[in-house]
Design a protein around this ligand. Structure first.
Ligand SMILES: C[S@@+](CC[C@H](N)C(=O)[O-])C[C@H]1O[C@@H](n2cnc3c(N)ncnc32)[C@H](O)[C@@H]1O
Length: 281
């Protein structure tokens, strides 16, 4: 990411979550009453222009993946909370609105993000009259330059209690070094802690048509100043996560069966590029 600029990809993801609320059939996969509100007047026009045409299957599929990954994180978090997790850390939170919809009264939420993105989010929330909930703490961190552990500590995070981490839409933008140092921080948490993340498979692992979809998305994020840098195959990411147990790594067919079965619209994930993973200590 460029140093002093809020993440453009965070805005694009938020626009698609908001479009899901407005344009997709009910029941929604991610029912998020704050998704539109957080964009406020500033991005109302962009929201109107966000692609939702059903004849653009890869665009529909991208929106499906984005809402499914947030839903997966929140479903997995609910399981963690029922097993005594009391802290939730959103790594690279972007415009995620979970903290404003948190149904778990005892759960402390920490939003970690690049300082420029976090500042922009807080301005948007203020403009939309969405005050920060009492159990939310912001922790600005640049994963490439700062230690997650130190910055969380400075924000009042308790490293002695089981914690659940969500790391959504961030891994592909990092260097391997930043990925490994963040995984090491998570792995140093107490037993019972867990993480959910999404990752992309390398271009070489994809069939021809998906290579084209990959190239188009890669070109767009590069143009936004946030080029993809890091991909894994399932065995390669499993090899990075040896400190964890009970890995669940699901691709489009499992995600579609779980979240998109019996829909009346054509919202579903195509192809095999994006995967969702959860793992526990
Ligand atoms: C595609 S957005 C995803 C945002 C959010 N997780 C979501 O699902 O809406 C990528 C996020 O990663 C953050 N990010 C990227 N590189 C980062 C870095 N080096 N340090 C901290 N955050 C970073 C951006 O600020 C942005 O919020």
């Amino acid at each position: 990411m460029e140093e002093a600029r809020p993440s453009k990809t965070a805005l694009r993801v938020a626009l698609r979550r908001a479009a899901h609320q407005l344009y997709d059939a009910k029941p929604l996969v991610l029912d998020d009453p704050v998704a539109v509100a957080i964009l406020g007047d500033s991005y109302a026009e962009e929201l109107r222009r966000t692609p939702t045409r059903p004849d653009r299957p890869f665009s529909v599929s991208l929106r499906a993946f984005l809402v499914a990954r947030s839903r997966y994180a929140e479903d997995t978090l609910a399981r963690a909370v029922s097993h005594d997790v009391t802290q939730y850390v959103l790594l690279g939170a972007g415009l995620d609105t979970f903290a404003h919809r948190n149904p778990h009264p005892q759960l402390r939420v920490f939003e970690v993000d690049h300082p420029a993105t976090q500042e922009w989010k807080r301005e948007l929330l203020m403009a939309s009259a969405l005050p920060a909930p009492a159990n939310l703490t912001y922790a600005p961190v640049d994963f490439e330059r700062q230690s997650l552990r130190e910055q969380l500590h400075a924000a009042g995070f308790d490293p002695t209690v089981p914690t659940f981490f969500a790391w959504l839409g961030v891994v592909p933008y990092l260097t391997l070094e930043a990925f490994r140092s963040t995984i090491a921080s998570i792995a140093s948490q107490p037993e019972g802690s867990g993480v959910v993340l999404d990752y992309g498979q390398p271009r070489s692992a994809l069939p021809f048509l998906e290579k084209l979809a990959h190239d188009s998305l890669a070109a767009r994020v590069k143009l936004a100043g946030e080029p993809f840098q890091l991909f894994f195959t399932p065995p390669k990411i499993a090899a990075e996560l040896t400190a964890f147990r009970n890995l669940e790594d699901i691709g489009s067919s499992e995600i579609n069966a779980r979240y998109f079965a019996n829909r009346t619209d054509n919202l579903k994930i195509l192809g095999s590029a994006g995967r969702l993973l959860s793992a526990w200590l």
